[in-house]
Design a protein around this ligand. Structure first.
Ligand SMILES: N[C@@H](CCC(=O)N[C@@H](CS)C(=O)NCC(=O)O)C(=O)O
Length: 115
């Protein structure tokens, strides 16, 4: 199971939905970004850009714990770890990756600024 550091925002839900769909959602630690908890030094060791979502996979590469921040990196990590969510066909995989990068680099930030 994977530990999630979460606040109920669209970015927070992206990681939550992927973890739930994969049956990997473990302990959920709320990080209240309205109260400044994202600047807690302990959380900054997990997410150095002081943002949710972030995860800790206690069974990461080589069986070691690994902390991951950035929703796109989390989604890619989960897809590669499980062999799910990303198509196997190279062309379809590239298509999915283009929309993933479009979402995290173009759509997400614009919606964030709009709100
Ligand atoms: N590029 C990041 C954006 C994450 C992000 O903007 N998180 C916001 C909530 S939606 C946050 O934690 N803000 C707290 C802050 O910036 O201090 C991702 O895709 O994970």
């Amino acid at each position: 199971m994977i530990e999630l550091f979460f606040w109920p925002t669209p970015n927070g839900y992206k990681a939550t939905i992927a973890l739930a769909e994969l049956g990997l959602l473990g302990k959920v630690t709320p990080i209240n970004i309205l109260a400044g908890e994202q600047f807690d030094p302990a959380f900054l060791k997990i997410s150095p850009n002081n943002k949710v979502p972030a995860i800790i996979d206690h069974d990461g590469p080589n069986g070691e714990p690994v902390a991951i921040f950035e929703s796109g990196a989390i989604l890619l990590y989960l897809a590669e770890k499980t062999g799910k969510l990303l198509p196997k066909s190279e062309v379809k995989r590239l298509e999915a990756l283009q929309w993933l990068f479009f979402q995290v680099s173009s759509m997400g930030p614009m919606l964030g600024q709009a709100h």
